[in-house]
Design a binder for this molecule. Structure first.
Ligand code: 4NP
Length: 144
């Protein structure tokens, strides 16, 4: 799960998918990262922690990290929250196989729409919407 800062959207995506995967007894390796380095080592934004908690998911122990080239080797899928993240991940790919692992997360919900999960950093009202979008996408990821 990849966004810009790894403090708002991708920590929520990680928490939601881990929660759903556990419920299905799936032993998936799920993590998140940011394309930027500003928040490395930080806890998730308190507004993300709060909205996750509202739905019974604890993301407070996560710490932000920056996406690395080796993530494109180690993981089968890199799910971008928006088109800017998507382009930045693609720039890090060194093979066609790695490029093929990069997807826009909301395309799991509405294939081909390339819908962005909006950055809620400057919009406190946006966190609930982000949660709902990611919840729907994660359901589809697990169906898939
Ligand atoms: P995120 O949100 O990419 O969903 O973690 C952001 C958090 C911080 C910044 C930008 C986006 N920032 O510019 O500091």
């Amino acid at each position: 799960m990849v966004c810009l800062g790894n403090i708002c959207r991708s920590p929520l995506a990680e928490g939601i998918l881990k929660h759903k995967a556990q419920q299905k007894n799936l032993n998936w390796q799920i993590d998140s990262a940011g394309t930027g380095s500003w928040h490395v080592g930080d806890s998730p934004d308190s507004r993300s922690i709060d909205v996750a908690k509202k739905y019974g998911i604890d993301i407070s122990q996560q710490r932000a990290r920056q996406l690395q080239a080796k993530d494109l080797v180690e993981y089968d899928l890199l799910l971008a929250m928006d088109s800017s993240n998507y382009q930045n991940i693609l720039k890090m790919a060194s093979t066609e196989e790695e490029e093929a692992k990069v997807k826009m997360i909301m395309n799991y919900f509405q294939p081909g729409y390339n819908q962005n999960v909006p950055d809620p950093y400057y919009d406190s009202d946006g966190f609930e919407q982000v949660y709902q979008m990611l919840d729907k996408a994660c359901d589809k990821i697990l169906e898939g």
